[in-house]
Design a protein around this ligand. Structure first.
Ligand code: ZN
Ligand code: ZN
Length: 341
């Protein structure tokens, strides 16, 4: 599915519910700086987000349950998904029907997490990750000589006003108890000190944890741009590209993850995390079926494994592999009421 996606299915001997677990598989276009035996051997490609660990963990879970097929009630589906890092592989797999046939009743996914030490699990009760959208704004003025601004329409001055106005949106339009981020990450205009350019382009990202806030931010950015452009007698262009939706866990399923993991590692090793404003395409599965996305600590200060995602030094403590396998087995065991674990 989805070109390079792979799906595995274990049909239990007895009838029951169908549970799916998902691993993303893709790497990132960068060189690895780690000197470890399992470092990337392909120049310009690196598993800097730990998706190779996700694949390994799911394979471990598959190995375990295929050794006890007689004890499985219901079905277990393994989803190995491409293109999490921007390609929306999760959306494509869901559209191609990965959650049907047999119909998935619940889905679980995990991501290794360098902010927690190995041996700990982090759960999100509901919102886990943000909707991550992108916008491009153009302020279209009229170029001319820098010494005669009255004969042109200076889009740089308008863009200056626009940037400050846009930064008032979150503070003045969003309920203070909700979350939102607007960042303008790129501004492009002009060629020389004595030329007023024709136009300015601004590119930014919008993050939100609530679909209403998401729509409010989108429409406010356009309204503010329209108002600023009009006040300078200029034109504008506004393009908004929807990215991954908000990742919203089902609270019952998050509770199940918490209690299943606690049974193995104790309550004190399961932390409830605040949502992150990053994005994750597991959100597409959660729009269709209840489930929960959680974190597996992979940090180990003693071994120097402390680097963030997408760093050329990102690494996981390999202890997370058997640990992750055990956590998924416990979750599936509890959800399908198998009583193996
Ligand atoms: Zn990543
Ligand atoms: Zn990732």
């Amino acid at each position: 599915m989805a070109k390079t996606g792979v799906v595995g299915l274990l049909k239990g001997k007895k009838p029951g519910r169908t549970v799916a677990i998902r691993a993303d598989m893709d790497a990132l276009p960068m060189d690895e700086a780690n000197r470890v035996p399992y470092a990337s051997q392909i120049k310009g490609k690196m598993h800097a987000c730990g998706h190779d660990a996700h694949v390994t963990i799911l394979l471990g879970v598959a190995k375990f349950f295929s050794s006890v097929p007689d004890q499985v009630k219901g079905n277990i589906k393994w989803i190995f998904q491409p293109a999490e890092e921007g390609g929306g592989g999760g959306r494509i797999m869901a559209e191609e029907g990965v959650l049907e046939n047999p119909k998935v009743d619940a889905i679980f996914g995990a991501h290794v997490f360098p902010l927690l030490p190995v041996g700990k699990v982090g759960i999100y009760e509901r919102e886990g990750l943000a909707a991550a959208d992108r916008f491009t704004l153009k302020i279209i003025g009229k170029g001319g000589h820098a010494a005669s601004p009255h004969l042109s329409k200076d889009p740089i001055l308008a863009a200056g006003h626009l940037i400050t106005q846009i930064h008032s949106i979150v503070s003045r339009n969003v309920n203070p108890l909700e979350s939102g981020v607007i960042t303008i990450g790129k501004v492009s205009a002009g060629t020389a000190s004595n030329i007023i350019p024709d136009e300015v382009e601004l590119i930014g990202t919008v993050r939100s944890l609530n679909p209403q806030v998401r729509e409010e931010l989108k429409s406010r950015i356009e309204l503010v741009t329209q108002g600023v452009a009009r006040s300078f007698s200029m034109d504008y262009r506004f393009d908004f590209e929807y990215g991954y939706p908000v990742l919203i866990n089902n609270s019952e399923m998050s509770k199940l993850v918490g209690s299943a993991c606690s049974r193995g590692i104790g309550k004190e090793n399961v932390e409830v995390l605040k949502p992150s404003m990053g994005g994750e395409d597991f959100a597409y599965y959660l729009e269709k079926v209840p489930g929960s996305f959680f974190r597996l600590g992979c940090r180990n200060e003693g071994k120097g494994i402390v680097h963030p995602y997408h760093s050329s030094l990102f690494d996981v403590d390999e202890e997370v592999l058997p640990f992750g396998v055990e956590m998924f087995i416990r979750i599936i065991d509890q959800y399908l009421e198998l009583e193996i674990a």
